[in-house]
Design a protein around this ligand. Structure first.
Ligand SMILES: [Zn+2]
Length: 106
């Protein structure tokens, strides 16, 4: 099960792209989906995520590397079909639950 930090409020939640149970925020559009993956345990160790979550909850802004985010956004855009409102489209035959691209090496 994927564990991720809510981009909006910093709560830990399960699933990078699920709606946040605390604030209701759900990433939409390739860039937000990419950011959501970057703060999930697909990309970052769990203990580091908890540190990010704590800092976010104290009001610290996210600080994504622009190049990394751009590359990742392109990967998401290329690999994940999106509905017109920017959410991952359900795929025929049942999509894997979280089909994220691998984080590029940094
Ligand atoms: Zn939230």
């Amino acid at each position: 099960m994927t564990v991720a930090v809510c981009l909006n409020c910093g709560q830990m939640k399960s699933g990078a792209w699920t709606a946040c149970p605390s604030c209701g925020y759900q990433p939409c559009g390739a860039e937000e989906l990419a950011k959501a993956l970057l703060v999930s345990d697909n990309c970052i160790a769990r203990d580091k995520l908890e540190e990010f979550a704590a800092r976010r909850q104290q009001g610290e802004p996210w600080n994504f590397s622009p190049e990394l985010l751009e590359r990742f956004t392109q990967q998401v855009a290329a690999m994940i079909p999106l509905t017109p409102d920017g959410h991952p489209a359900p795929m025929e035959g049942g999509a894997p639950e979280q089909p994220p691209p691998q984080a590029p090496p940094t």
